[in-house]
Ligand binder design. Sequence first.
Ligand code: 6GU
Length: 227
Amino acid sequence: MRIDIISVVPEILKSPFQASIMKRAIEKNLVQVYFHNLRDYSKNKYKQVDDYQYGGGAGMVIMAEPIDKCISKLKAERTYDEIIYLTPDGKTLNQNTANELSLKENLLFLCGHYKGIDQRIRDMHITREISIGDYVLSGGEVAAIVLSDAIIRLIPGVLNNETSALTDSFQDNLLSPPIYTRPREYKGLKVPDVLLSGNFKKIDEWREQKAYEITNNKRPDLSKKLL
Ligand code: 6GU
């Protein structure tokens, strides 16, 4: 898979890809991630990419031309399965969307900043708009990192068996059961006996029961989907 990310502040993007699972995925060449600085496509000598909005109103808008130039250059080099604009008014990201996007070959993410981007870019180039939740971030960069992480961990070979994505919360609309590691007792708090029993049938049953209990208590909205 190849992911290209366009941003006016690409320095926000870099470090999450330089550690842990995303770093490993890149090192294993299971994904290639490229950052593009929108300011490199500005024809303005101050590298300005934003301007006031027509009709008045607070907040600057990213101009169509630098975005169009950048996207058009990338589109000429390869075919993108999706060109995704990260925006709070997009469709809220969920596991199904991450699963679907993890099967694609070439993805292009456009991060908004300031008030947003000129509508004509959305009309011309964008195939999908994604939000990561009902709150406002300063820009789409953090959302692009979230989306990349959710997708990359699903690419076959990125996770090993122990961390398999198949057992993640949300893959089956169930939250995870409690987990413990050594020691058996910490400050008087004991690991549940069943986990030490060696009876794997009993352990599986306990975990499943806890998963249902926890989902019911914390996320009754997910519980309804189980019916
Ligand atoms: Cl994708 N962008 C911004 N700016 N804010 C958000 C968001 C995206 N998703 C939730 N809030």
